[in-house]
Design a protein around this ligand. Structure first.
Ligand code: DGL
Length: 272
């Protein structure tokens, strides 16, 4: 069982920020990444649609015999995690709970900001997770949809990105949150800019890094880690032609992306 891969999926390329952290924390592990590039973005879609997409992808990955599933997409984690946990018999790790836990640990004032896609913010999943851990916490949220195309375009520190960040973050800054959760796969790429706009008193919480720690803890507890001397292999599947994913993905992974294969989830279903 320990020799199986870790499955990980996102609406597209953004989840590679989570994969990057998992590769760093657990270099001995094989991973299988699925990016739903034909149907991205998830952040603007209804919970019902995102939950259906997530179930289809989970079934694709389960057929490839994974030992743990990481839902790297914040939007999918926010709306589809309970359904996936009910459906699957392997551990399922989302990005919301790890990010929320870290935010509660690091905040001094108890005033926490959360930014994410429209779908993630509308779901209130981060607010609920934070409040479960600390009922006294004050949680302020803001959807920042334009951060996604900016990160994909590589515009992470130009005037347009800065003005966008200033506009989106103004109220959170004025409300004096001391902690800000980057609740979207793409936001770690804008981390330096967001930190600069929020100012030195604000701690940024990277859900991607926290999720990798959670994956490591769960695999260790379940005795499912591969021996540390191993060198993991990484496979990539996408639902649209790979060109765009390869271009942007190499930037997200620092040039370390391997071969990327296009697959059709419909054909998978038809073959059953
Ligand atoms: N992966 C999505 C998330 O983390 C961002 C991109 C999208 O909207 O699909 O919420």
């Amino acid at each position: 069982m320990a020799w199986k891969s870790i499955g990980i999926f996102d609406s597209g390329v953004g989840g590679l920020t989570v994969l990057r952290e998992i590769m760093q924390a657990l270099p001995q592990e094989d991973t299988l990444y699925f990016g739903d590039t034909a149907r991205v973005p998830y952040g603007t879609k209804s919970p019902e649609t995102v939950t259906r997409y997530a179930a289809e992808i989970a079934s694709f990955l389960i057929k490839r015999d994974i030992k743990l599933l990481v839902v790297a997409c914040n939007t999918a984690s926010a709306v589809a995690l309970p359904a996936l946990k009910r459906q699957l018999s392997i551990p399922v790790v989302g990005v919301i709970e790890p990010g929320a836990r870290r935010a509660v640990e690091v905040t001094r004032s108890g005033k926490i900001g959360v930014i994410g896609t429209a779908g993630t913010i509308r779901s209130s999943a981060y607010t609920r997770a934070i409040k479960r851990l600390n009922p006294d916490a004050v949680v302020l949220t803001r959807a920042c949809p334009l951060f996604v195309p900016l990160a994909e375009e590589g515009w992470t520190d130009n005037q347009i990105a800065r003005l966008t960040a200033q506009e989106y973050l103004r109220e959170l800054k004025e409300s004096k949150v001391d902690t800000l959760v980057l609740g979207c796969t793409h936001y770690p790429l804008l981390k330096a800019l967001i930190a600069d706009v929020m100012g030195p008193g604000v701690t940024l919480v990277d859900s991607a890094a926290e999720t990798a720690r959670t994956v490591a803890t769960i695999l260790a507890e379940k005795k499912l880690l591969r021996p540390p001397a191993e060198n993991g292999n990484h496979s990539y599947y996408v639902s649209d032609i790979p060109a765009g994913f390869v271009r942007v993905g190499n930037r997200f992974l620092g040039g370390k992306l391997g071969d990327v294969f296009q697959v059709s989830l419909d054909e998978e279903e038809d073959n059953n």
